[in-house]
Design a binder for this molecule. Structure first.
Ligand code: COA
Ligand code: ZN
Length: 304
């Protein structure tokens, strides 16, 4: 099993969409550039959603315009075909589209049923394949839904199976509210890795109950080598009551590097990005690694 692990920082989208401080386009770009400087190869830079639903993501077209979109690794979230078209018009080469484990979450997030959302995502996937656009298919509430409760493994496995078959570049299992425990993560991820291999699977955890890192570890043991995380642990979904921030990128990177995995990320620069995220959002960071790393780096000790 490979020692390389890919981290996709979703802070500029999942993190910022739920902050009381509204960042300007320039500030959003500054945060993304700080992540790039740390060697982050994959960043979800924003979303093309209704500005009434998520005002903080207004201007994602201008965020993309300020970045070199030919540089691979930027994705944008799209909830429907209109979002896909806007993303393409803005030059996006990779879209993250959203599937749902339940009707409750599909309705709250996109005003569709679970099956309606699947049909729309299938259409987007077809368009994307014709356009040569990469597709990350995120299955929201893959373990538990704030509206409909626990989600059956078979439901998620069926959706994952369909979208792998249809040609999604990656299927991302999202614990959108941070309700999964490591045993459940181990069960679902090992089943899906056995079926599909690990190459096209990823996980997305929220740290609501401090199980984020344990869930990353459980998925890692199943063979998953690709994770979403959010700089400084920013985040939370405005449509999923009770969701707190994503597992912090710095926590995940520190753990992985100390375990001998290669993330390609420079922890010192990542700390600068973390401090910037905290400063820009005027928020208490969710991650636990920063205080530790700052102290050790201040003493010039080896940190990873
Ligand atoms: N981007 C921008 N505007 C959009 C849009 C998109 N992707 N999709 C629809 N709209 C606009 C429509 O043009 C319409 O505008 P108008 O009122 O000026 O005519 C308005 O939004 C309503 O359109 P409709 O198709 O009826 O959407 P809806 O009210 O059923 O809302 C979504 C559905 C998907 C657009 C909305 O719920 C949404 O943006 N959700 C995203 C949630 C999110 O980002 N969650 C976090 C990520 S998981
Ligand atoms: Zn999330």
């Amino acid at each position: 099993m490979s020692g390389k692990v890919i981290i996709n920082d979703v802070g500029p989208r999942d993190g910022l969409q739920n902050q009381s401080a509204r960042l300007s386009v320039e500030q959003r770009v500054a945060l993304i550039k700080a992540l790039l400087k740390a060697g982050m190869g994959h960043i979800e830079v924003g979303s093309f959603v209704s500005p009434k639903a998520v005002p903080a993501m207004l201007g994602t077209d201008r965020v993309l315009a300020a970045l070199n979109t030919e540089q691979s690794g930027f994705s944008v979230l799209v909830p429907n075909m209109k979002g896909y078209e806007l993303a393409r018009a803005a030059g996006a080469e990779c879209v993250a589209m959203v599937l749902y484990g339940t009707d409750g979450m599909a309705r709250a997030n996109a005003n569709m049923t679970r099956v309606e959302a699947e049909r729309v995502m299938e259409q987007i996937l077809q368009r994307a394949r014709t356009d040569g656009v990469r597709v990350l298919a995120t299955i929201s509430v893959a373990w538990e839904c704030p509206f409909d409760g626990p989600v059956a493994q078979d439901t998620v496995a069926d959706i994952a199976h369909r979208f792998v078959q249809l040609g999604a570049d990656q299927v991302v299992l999202a614990d959108s509210i941070g309700a999964a425990n490591p045993q459940q993560v181990r069960e679902l991820t090992s089943m899906l890795v056995n079926e599909h291999g690990s190459e096209r699977l990823a996980c997305h955890f929220h740290d609501t109950r401090a199980m984020g890192l344990a869930n990353v570890f459980a998925a890692l043991e199943s063979g998953i080598r690709s994770f979403d995380a959010s700089i400084s642990g920013l985040g939370g979904c405005p449509f999923a009551p009770g969701a707190s921030g994503n597992v912090a990128t710095e926590d995940v990177v520190m753990m992985l590097e100390q375990m001998g995995y290669d993330t390609g990320i420079d922890l010192r620069e990542l700390m600068s990005a973390s401090r910037l995220a905290a400063r820009l959002t005027n928020n208490v960071p969710g991650g636990r690694a920063r205080a530790w790393l700052d102290r050790h780096m201040g003493n010039n000790k080896k940190v990873a």
